[in-house]
Ligand binder design. Structure first.
Ligand code: AMP
Length: 425
């Protein structure tokens, strides 16, 4: 029978890689706690309407990348392509925004039917961080400082921060008209993708990676030149706060994001170490979204980190965490010893809570079991045979050092392990 394989663009994270993921997730949790952010766990499936209204009808994500289906009741649902919409939906639904702000985060899988390639998947993971209900540039700065701290804590270097300001919806509308006029005059020189976007989502053309368009886009009108006083002041204050905190950034007037809900500040962290998929984190302000989803108007800002890309950077660095080897491997030879093995293992786990003890399983000769013990990477083998059972003792073999072995009374084994294992290792 043909073996069934995983879906294209959706990959297993094997045991050899999960320690890196754990380190990333644990570090993120720790950093977020230091800024007073709380974890939210929204569902993975939402009504399709939520993403249509938030991410936007004319975006690539909603137009052609969502996993959308009717449930058995005929309701139109989608696997979430991103998580901001769910956080906002939850905050409105539970009344969390009444008179106060909310600082939330979530880690989990997202789904987009994109062309799979290195760093771009159909199921991928994001750390999503959202600050709802705060209008000022101080919270934009807080988010950027938080992300910068995360990179530092993970030991990542060489990430560049790019910033732009997209202004209010009204500014975006009038800028959009100017941009369409300009690009229409160059329509013959645009590629197919940009020609298609000219009618639907012209701002995204600015984001094109096609080098042939560079000269046209460099001369295009810039949204920063169209900002009103409020937006400009907000953007300038943010930059001053980042300067004061020694965060280096570049204002990129062509930085736009692939989701429609952004207003005001937008930012991206970019690396040159991952080839074409260099954006590791993107976010910004979305002051209109709470109202667009049906809530009482409230400002909001947030970002999402692409975890696969951060893991790739961590793996290319030094000090990559490996799967934990057990401290000890318990192997029992003979029916009676096998019966006693789990009882002993449970007693040891009771008194030594940090102990990682692997108990040999299945039939086999002593020599083969010792080979398995060695392959497990355990530092110690605990050998329980017929003799040991009779004498109420256990043989302790050093698997990594000189290979020496000692016989220890059953009643003293926990103490002996405590003395020979570094539980922080
Ligand atoms: P976005 O939700 O599009 O603003 O993306 C935020 C971050 O998620 C990006 O900077 C990427 O690091 C990551 N990301 C987005 N789409 C994918 C994907 N298809 N595969 C892997 N990572 C992704």
């Amino acid at each position: 029978m043909k073996a069934i394989q995983a879906i294209r663009g959706m990959k297993d994270i094997p045991p050899a890689e999960t320690p890196v993921w754990r380190r990333l997730e644990d570090t993120a949790r720790d950093v977020l706690a230091g800024y007073g952010y709380h974890e939210l766990r929204p569902p993975i499936v939402e009504k399709t309407e939520l993403f249509r209204r938030s991410v936007g009808e004319a975006t690539d994500i909603v137009e052609k990348e969502m996993y959308t289906f009717a449930d058995r009741n005929g309701e139109n649902l989608s696997l979430r392509p991103e998580c901001t919409a769910s956080c906002v939906r939850a905050a409105i639904e539970h009344g969390w925004l009444r008179g106060r702000g909310q600082r939330l985060w979530h880690i989990g899988p997202m789904f987009r039917y994109e062309k799979p390639q290195k760093g771009r998947y159909r199921q991928f993971h994001q750390l999503d961080v959202e600050a709802l209900g705060f209008p000022g540039p101080d919270v934009d700065a807080e988010l950027i400082l938080l992300s910068a701290r995360l990179w530092r804590r993970l030991g990542l270097e060489g990430l560049r921060l790019e910033l732009n300001c997209l202004g209010s919806r009204e500014i975006q509308q009038s800028y959009r008209d100017q941009l369409v006029d300009y690009l229409s005059a160059h329509v013959k020189d645009l590629d197919d993708d940009s020609q298609r976007r000219l009618g639907s989502n012209p701002l995204r053309i600015l984001d094109s990676k096609n080098p042939d368009l560079r000269h046209i886009l460099e001369a295009a009108p810039r949204i920063v030149d169209c900002l009103d006083d409020d937006s400009r002041a907000h953007f300038e204050q943010l930059q001053a706060m980042l300067d004061a905190s020694d965060i280096t950034f570049l204002v990129n007037p062509r930085l736009v994001r692939g989701l429609d809900y952004y207003t005001g500040t937008v930012f991206e962290w970019i690396t040159d170490d991952l080839g074409a998929q260099g954006a590791v984190c993107g976010g910004g302000r979305y002051d209109g979204l709470v109202e667009e989803i049906g809530g009482t108007p409230a400002p909001a800002t947030g970002f999402a980190v692409g975890l696969e890309r951060i893991v790739a950077l961590m793996q290319s660095g030094e000090n990559v965490p490996a799967p934990l080897a057990p401290h000890a491997y318990l192997l029992a030879v003979g029916v009676e010893a096998q019966r006693a093995a789990h009882t002993l293992a449970e007693q040891l786990r009771d008194v030594l809570p940090g102990l990682c003890l692997l108990v040999d399983a299945g039939p086999g000769k002593f020599k083969r079991k010792m080979k398995t013990a060695d392959r497990s990477g355990a530092k110690l083998a605990l050998i329980l045979g017929e003799d040991e059972i009779r004498q109420q003792r256990i043989t302790l073999k050093d698997m990594r050092g000189d290979g020496g072995q000692v016989s220890v009374a059953r009643s003293e084994i926990a103490e002996k392990l405590q003395a020979s294992i570094d539980f922080n290792d």
